[in-house]
Design a binder for this molecule. Structure first.
Ligand code: DHB
Ligand code: FE
Length: 302
């Protein structure tokens, strides 16, 4: 017997008509999309509650948790989103959305935006570095060891042709696992930049091989992870938003294949096509590694 059902009735008889009554309460002038999705939501929620014999105490704990998430969220932290992320909901919704809008099979898969994107990253030239490195930081040596040249092309999924003037917006953490807005020791907008592709559709920049880091785990989402005996780590990743006129904007991440968490992402964002291999780079005093990665964009829906 499942220990969680100890002391609870094995074949409870709950009044099943409540579900149909709630659904039938929807009026004729309901918002059309809500009229479509709410019956399904209500049915799944009610079935869930009946299946696990959900008690008032448990439901109250869940309501308190969601309230706490809302109270601690602001423009620097989104705890409710984090809660969705650790149960895979944002990754699932991201996959549904990008597959619904896909116009070709070859498009680079999307991945979730995550909570640390900042608009208006510096506009840089191809070949520039997004890394502002001071010898005084504790992670200086690791930044040298992980120095990397990133390059690739942005191409059309439909024609395979390179796209000139596409904007590659890129961001990642420092080797201490912190994004610049989480970290007093980094200058504003460090490890962030925007690059426009050249006539061959090519972007290039200096950055760092990414490191694994824990999602913020000092709130309700972190408590839930601990209660589920789960770790908070994300595999090392680099975020990208790739946009070009006439094409669907691609939000994605690439994951370094050296990372031990690659098969065990706390927010379930890894996809095979997004796992990359950095290669040793010879003869470049600015980088010890190279990554070549092409982005394939879908066409804009009309
Ligand atoms: C999440 C995503 C990230 O890319 C990140 O760096 C931290 C957290 C998230 O999905 O919650
Ligand atoms: Fe991230």
């Amino acid at each position: 017997m499942d220990p969680s059902s100890k002391g609870r009735p094995q074949t409870p008889q709950y009044d099943p008509t409540i579900t149909d009554k709630v659904i039938a309460a929807t009026g004729p002038n309901a918002h059309p999309r809500l009229a479509q999705v709410m019956p399904s939501l209500v049915r799944h929620l009610h079935d869930f509650a009946r299946e696990v014999n959900l008690t008032v105490a448990e439901w109250t704990a869940a309501v308190d948790m969601i309230n706490e998430c809302g109270k601690m969220s602001d423009d620097r932290r989104n705890e409710t989103q984090l809660l969705c992320d650790i149960i895979g909901l944002e990754s699932l919704v991201d996959e549904i959305t990008s597959k619904m809008l896909a116009t070709s099979m070859s498009e680079t898969p999307s991945a979730i935006l995550g909570p640390f994107y900042r608009q208006d990253a510096p506009l840089l030239s191809n070949g520039d570095s997004i890394v502002n490195l001071s010898p005084s930081v504790s992670w200086y040596e690791q930044a040298i060891a992980d120095s990397a040249f990133l390059t690739g092309r942005v191409v059309s999924g439909r024609s395979g042709m390179p796209i000139k003037g596409a904007v590659v917006d890129v961001w990642h953490t420092a080797p201490n696992g912190l994004y610049e807005q989480q970290d007093e020791s980094q200058p504003d907008m460090n490890m962030r930049g925007r690059f426009a592709t050249d006539a061959d559709g090519r972007y290039s920049l200096y950055a760092l091989r990414p490191v694994a880091y824990p999602i913020p785990d000092d709130g309700p989402a972190g408590r839930l992870l601990a209660m589920l005996d789960r770790h908070p780590y994300r595999p090392g990743h680099i975020h990208f938003i790739v946009s070009a006129s006439g094409f669907r904007t691609l939000t994605t991440q690439v994951f370094d294949d050296r990372d031990e968490y690659i098969t065990n992402d706390s927010v379930f964002a890894v996809k095979d096509e997004l796992v990359v291999k950095f290669k040793p780079r010879d003869g470049d005093s600015k980088a010890l590694w190279t990554l070549e990665y092409d982005f394939v964009l879908g066409s804009q829906e009309i």
